[in-house]
Write a protein that binds this ligand. Structure first.
Ligand SMILES: Cc1ncc(COP(=O)(O)O)c(C=O)c1O
Length: 370
């Protein structure tokens, strides 16, 4: 074996010493309170069942701009745009690619990006690749965002506000109406990542922007298909102009092999499945039940989404709690610092349509109440 750069083992050893070494594991068949399969499309094999017996190509043979495009791509994008009430949609290979492509290509040198301190790593990476200046605002803090807009508006050509409608590590929701109002007042462009809202919130799972009545106020919305939608890929929604711009300038769109037909059929089927709202109603019933059971418990971050967080400060404590649950056949993932701030370590509990009230009771009975 050729030698490796010395820092590989040094940095891994440092992580191990801090108890933070990341490892891949194969999920054992336990009660699932950790996956993003909120509606159970994967758990119940719903998409695979719909597509059973159909023979779809395994590859697309090239990037969208060379040989990978198809009439299916084009018609699916039109359907996605219509479903979410947007002018146009552009499919990316993942939510990561969508956020990186959007945020790295649209904001320019004399522009400013104001972003919530808890946005996802993919938005951070896109921002990091752009030439725009960027400042964070305190999580969901409308006054802080307003103050930053007030101070910086005169000094930049364009301003972008980057937020999530449901935050992936806290499960809470952004004050969308207030933020859309600010964007309008300061002539800023609102970008909303709906990764954890699609399928879960809004009419037929169309997302929180639609439910809050601010879809038309968004410059761009990002919908990902690897969570409640039970498949893979993502779409950026906005104007035709934005779609054409991304096709020309978003490098994570241009320089990669397009999704295969099979992936597109899965996305198409996931949207069809949203029409039957049974799964969404079951999930909402579980969310209501969970909130009733945990009302007044100071450990929990308030949430109306599928993601609920039990804050248990200390990496060792939260790891020990994950292991205690696992011993009882329950899997909820511990989220440690520095992924979250020190002192805010937590168990991230994802609720699903397929979880039963008994499973929720078993989980809550193990967690200390005060
Ligand atoms: C808020 C948010 N945006 C984007 C992504 C990335 O999506 P994908 O898994 O499709 O790359 C994730 C997933 O981890 C996410 O939580």
């Amino acid at each position: 074996m050729p030698s490796s750069p010395a820092h590989l083992s040094r940095l891994l050893e440092e992580r191990k010493q801090k108890g933070l070494l990341r490892r891949l594991h194969v999920a054992a068949p336990v009660v699932d309170f950790s996956s993003n399969d909120y509606l159970g499309f994967v758990f119940n094999n719903l998409i695979s069942k719909e597509l059973a017996g159909l023979d779809y190509s395994s590859g697309s043979s090239g990037s969208r701009l060379i040989s990978g495009n198809s009439s299916l791509f084009e018609s699916l994008e039109k359907d996605i745009a219509a479903f979410h009430g947007a002018e146009a949609a552009l499919i990316f290979n993942s939510g990561y690619d969508a956020n990186v492509g959007l945020l790295s290509s649209v904001p320019q040198k004399n522009d400013l990006i104001l972003y919530d301190e808890l946005i996802h790593a993919s938005m951070h990476d896109g921002i990091g690749l752009s030439y725009a200046k960027h400042f964070k605002f305190r999580h969901n803090d409308v006054s802080h965002l307003a103050a930053l807009l007030e101070r910086h508006r005169p000094h930049f050509t364009e301003i972008y506000i980057a937020i999530e409608s449901v935050y992936s590590m806290d499960g809470d929701s952004a004050p969308l109406k207030e933020m859309a109002d600010l964007a309008r007042t300061f002539n800023a462009h609102l970008i909303v990542d709906e990764a954890h809202a699609i399928g879960v919130m809004g009419k037929q799972g169309s997302g929180l922007c639609d439910a809050a009545g601010i879809a038309d106020s968004c410059f761009a919305r990002v919908y990902t298909y690897g969570k409640a939608m039970g498949c893979h890929g993502a779409a950026v929604l906005g104007s035709e102009l934005l779609r054409t711009y991304l096709i020309n300038f978003a490098r994570s769109f241009i320089y990669t092999t397009a999704l295969p037909e099979h992936s597109l059929r899965c996305i198409q089927t996931a949207y069809k499945l949203l029409a039957d709202q049974t799964m969404q109603e079951q999930l909402q019933a579980n969310i209501r039940y969970f909130n009733e059971k945990t009302a007044g418990n100071p450990h929990f971050i308030q949430s109306h989404s599928a993601i609920h967080c039990y804050v248990l400060p200390g990496n060792e404590r939260v790891q020990a709690m994950e292991e205690k649950l696992q011993a009882a056949g329950i899997f909820a993932k511990s989220i440690k610092s520095p992924t979250v701030k020190a002192g805010e370590e937590r168990l991230r509990i994802c609720l699903h349509a397929f979880n039963t009230f008994e499973e929720i009771d078993s989980l809550l009975n193990i967690l200390p109440q005060a």
